[in-house]
Design a protein around this ligand. Structure first.
Ligand SMILES: [Fe+2]
Ligand SMILES: [Fe+2]
Length: 276
């Protein structure tokens, strides 16, 4: 297998026709049989792969180059479609998104985008990152899980949902557990939205837009402290659940890795990927 085929499999699994801006092949390669896969890959991970004779390394989060500096703000535009899907107007969606997206975009010229990818080029080790396609697979899995959970009990409480999320394999094996950051465990789940697969979460402003549109329970992978404080101050009568970053990213990653394994590729999980 080559690096292009590794990317293509992920695109097909997530219904992308082109490689999204936050995913990239940094060093291409052929005859790949043994892969090291990590959520965050740095120079040490690349050296480790070289030392242990892996044929290629795949990172989930963008480690550098265009994928890192331009990719995240670009795929964050996916928030607009997601917000529109629950009835938020395009104007309100753009306004809510710009708070976080602007901050990330302005951070462009701060980052050393070459730090990790230059090491891969010097080591001549095939290296790529697959971000949003894998996150789409994760979001689909959460949507399916929550819909099937609610289909057996439409009046289920938030505490029941937390318990059910804990049963997902990666979450049960991960160190961090789903938690309710805003809201009331005794309240019904009601209308929910899984906000994932748009680069990063949209922070407090995007969460507020969802609540204003009538979402009762919003599901994020994680929520920063500043966003938490802002939302706490608002005295919101809705729920925000965090599912946990590493176990949640691992859900989509493991589904993708199993597709590679079916094709005879051996994959070693490291750097945050919760092994099944
Ligand atoms: Fe992710
Ligand atoms: Fe992530």
């Amino acid at each position: 297998m080559n690096t292009e085929e590794l990317m293509q499999i992920a695109l097909e699994m997530s219904a992308f026709e082109e490689i999204p801006a936050d995913s990239q092949i940094f060093v291409r390669g052929d005859n790949i049989k043994k892969i090291l896969f990590g959520i965050d890959v740095d120079s040490a991970g690349l050296l480790l792969a070289k030392q242990l004779n892996f044929d290629a390394v795949i990172a989930h989060h963008p480690p550098g180059d265009e994928s890192r500096i331009y990719g995240i703000p670009e795929v964050m535009l996916r928030h607009i479609e997601q917000m529109k899907s629950v009835g938020i107007s395009e104007k309100d969606a753009k306004k809510a998104l710009e708070v976080r997206r602007g901050k990330i975009k302005r951070n462009y010229n701060v980052i050393n985008y070459d730090k990790v990818t230059s090491v891969a080029r010097m080591l001549e080790i095939p290296f790529l990152n697959i971000h949003t396609p894998v996150d789409v697979i994760t979001k689909n899995k959460f949507d399916k899980h929550i819909n099937s959970f609610l289909s057996s009990d439409k009046n289920a409480k938030v505490s029941d949902l937390l318990e059910s999320l804990n049963k997902i394999d990666e979450i049960s094996k991960g160190l961090t557990k789903p938690a309710l950051r805003i809201g009331d465990e005794e309240s019904p789940v009601g209308k929910f939205f899984v906000q994932m697969s748009a680069g990063t979460n949209g922070g407090a402003a995007v969460a507020k837009a969802y609540f204003k549109s009538g979402i009762d329970t919003l599901i994020y992978m994680h929520l920063g402290e500043e966003d938490y404080k802002k939302l706490k101050k608002e005295k919101i009568k809705a729920n925000l659940i965090v599912t946990g970053h590493m176990p949640s990213d691992s859900i989509g990653i493991n589904i993708y890795i199993r597709e590679l394994e079916k094709r005879g590729i051996s994959v070693k999980r490291f750097s945050g990927v919760v092994a099944r």
